[in-house]
Design a protein around this ligand. Structure first.
Ligand SMILES: NC(=O)c1ccc[n+]([C@@H]2O[C@H](COP(=O)([O-])OP(=O)(O)OC[C@H]3O[C@@H](n4cnc5c(N)ncnc54)[C@H](O)[C@@H]3O)[C@@H](O)[C@H]2O)c1
Length: 241
């Protein structure tokens, strides 16, 4: 596979960082885009990539970021929409601000990035978009966060629309749906939640960020060229549908 220019959002840490490391190991140049510039720079430095501060929820900021990536590298081939947040609270307690922010980052963020990256992929005649969603897109969120599952379900639907619209240009769009991966996000769970989550996983353990990255590596490869609009579960068997 030739060397591609890949942009991974939220790649300063966690799953995004593992994806950035994996894509760099495949020989691609990786742009690490994250709200946390200092951590993004550390990740980028370790893999010989580049870094930039980006809030994916900001439409104009994303537009400018993609234009700059194109100007700097001459192409943009791979987009991984990984940046995501969760705000806890059940239906009765969740605030309007928390609902709005989760939708803005998780759903609108994926839209912003796909919209502003797609023109450059179209120009290059090849592209790969991978959206990191969640088991919660199908089940509703089991750790009590109504906006989270809703936002991820929206991204699954967006993925299918992107797959249809961009197919004529040689661009595929797929989603990866992890569950219970060992990162700072899952480290926030209470012990009760952790035990409840573990009891629902046939493989009996949490997943590793590298196991999500391996799926992304496949979906951006040439070999996955006939797969589009799909959602690949990485959940230890917690949901088989
Ligand atoms: N950890 C899990 O168990 C799990 C399960 C299912 C899905 N996911 C999804 O995987 C993705 C990564 O999760 P993680 O566990 O690595 O999370 P994390 O909290 O460890 O890392 C998220 C990264 O995104 C960045 N970020 C947050 N808001 C941003 C914004 N507006 N713009 C740009 N960057 C932003 C953060 O700075 C951070 O570096 C998320 O989309 C999450 O919903 C995680």
């Amino acid at each position: 596979m030739s060397r591609r220019i890949a942009l991974v959002t939220g790649a300063a840490r966690g799953i995004g960082k593992a994806i950035a490391e994996r894509l760099a190991a495949m020989g691609h140049h990786v742009i690490v885009a994250d709200l946390n510039l200092e951590a993004a720079q550390q990740t980028a430095q370790a893999i010989g990539g580049s870094a930039g501060r980006l809030d994916v929820s900001n439409y104009l900021e994303v537009e400018a970021f993609m234009a700059q990536a194109q100007a700097q590298h001459g192409r943009l081939d791979i987009l991984v929409n990984n940046a995501g947040i969760i705000r806890r609270g059940n239906l009765l307690s969740v605030s309007e601000d928390d609902w709005d922010r989760v939708i803005a980052v998780n759903l609108k963020g994926a839209f912003n990035c796909a919209k502003h990256a797609a023109p450059y992929m179209i120009k290059g005649g090849w592209g790969r978009i991978v959206n990191i969603v969640s088991i919660a897109a199908k089940t509703g969120d089991i750790t009590s966060a109504p906006g989270y599952g809703s936002s991820k379900a929206g991204v699954v639907n967006l993925t299918k629309t992107l797959a249809r619209e961009l197919a004529p240009y040689g661009i595929t769009a797929n989603a990866v749906a992890p569950h219970a991966i060992e990162t700072e996000m899952s480290a926030q769970w209470s012990e009760e939640t952790r035990q409840r989550v573990l009891s629902g996983i046939p493989l009996g353990r949490l997943g590793k960020p590298q196991e999500v990255a391996a799926a992304v590596a496949f979906l951006v490869s040439e070999e996955a060229g006939f797969i589009t609009g799909a959602t690949l579960d990485i959940n230890g068997g917690a949901l088989m549908d």
